[in-house]
Write a protein that binds this ligand. Structure first.
Ligand code: RIB
Ligand code: CA
Length: 313
């Protein structure tokens, strides 16, 4: 494991985003260069505020948080208050943030950081719609070969979709941005629903956070108990899928995951399948391979990592 992995987290908090951010901030192997907020689960004015609340919950008010795209590149914004609550971070009672929001636009921060940092060292961790990432790639194409990798939560194929029968929320909100990212030539690791739906926040796992007893772990338990109810009702499962922390967990323990390098293409024309990610898992087309599409997770090991690390905060 390198001494420190410099990353930028692009995010639309969101309780699962919050757990991912806490995992990153709790892990000494990771150097969070900045957190860039994007509109997604809730509008941008809330995602940027939630990102700052999470940094203060983690005891890291020095973390740089930036505000980015207020809406997708082409389509109208679709939000998910029914899942995350009106604030986007329903569950725990978290104080209004006092740490500053950085004045620089998130897209400018992404471009400037990638042009400054040593080429091939910075990982982009995308936890929401890919609008900021795509706009950075469009604004300065020179950043593409300088990005070490993009590790993103998004998409689904064998599992279908969660916001439509065929599309996963992050990709559905901004399919045009996803298309830019998938065609960018940057190494991509995808955490689709095929993988994240196997990482359920069961009652036992939520209790493990609550019983850890720290302020942060109790807040996480409160987040999970709110966040999971929507998917428990929808899927009839014990717990709901904890999507976004899979991105950070892969950086820390890639052996927890397995998948396949294949072509992934996104639908941007048909309204019926808008935002669908078509994974050519069996290599039946000549489309160039462009992403490692994860399908399996050691979910016991995943939650052990989460509780051990976040329990340190
Ligand atoms: O479909 C799940 C994804 O959409 C997660 O990133 C969740 O936070 C929402 O943004
Ligand atoms: Ca998210």
């Amino acid at each position: 494991m390198p001494s420190s992995m410099p990353i930028i987290i692009d995010t639309d908090p969101g309780q699962d985003d919050a757990v991912a951010i806490l995992l990153a901030l709790a892990s000494p192997e990771i150097d969070v260069l900045g957190i860039t907020a994007v509109a997604g689960n809730v509008p941008l004015r809330l995602t940027e505020k939630n990102a700052r609340k999470i940094c203060e919950l983690a005891g890291k008010p020095e973390t740089k948080v930036f505000s980015g795209a207020i809406r997708p590149m082409v389509r109208q914004l679709v939000t998910a208050e029914e899942v995350h609550g009106k604030t986007g971070l329903n569950g725990p009672q978290l104080a209004e943030p006092t740490m500053p929001l950085q004045p620089q636009h998130a897209v400018d921060f992404i471009v400037e950081t990638l042009m400054r940092e040593e080429s091939g060292t910075v990982t982009l961790c995308a936890l929401g719609p890919l609008t900021n990432v795509a706009q950075a790639l469009n604004r300065e194409p020179k950043i593409a070969p300088r990005i070490k990798q993009i590790v993103l939560m998004g998409g689904g194929f064998f599992e279908g979709g969660n916001v439509t029968p065929t599309a996963e929320f992050n990709i559905y909100v901004d399919p045009h941005a996803a298309d830019v990212v998938l065609k960018s030539g940057v190494p991509i690791v995808m955490m689709p629903l095929d993988c994240t739906h196997k990482a359920l926040t069961t009652a036992k796992r939520t209790a493990a956070f609550r019983n850890r007893g720290t302020r942060v772990c109790v807040a996480v338990a409160d987040m999970l108990e709110f966040f999971e109810r929507f998917d428990e009702q929808k899927y009839g499962t014990d717990g709901g899928p904890l999507h976004d922390p899979c991105v950070i967990a892969w950086l820390l323990k890639p052996e927890l995951f397995s998948g396949r390098f294949c072509n992934v293409t996104v639908e941007t024309a048909s309204e019926l399948t808008m935002g669908m990610t078509v994974a050519d898992w069996w290599g039946v087309t000549k489309r160039p391979k462009n992403a490692t599409f994860m399908r399996d997770i050691d979910h016991e090991g995943f939650f052990e990592l989460l509780i051990e690390r976040i329990g340190r905060l």
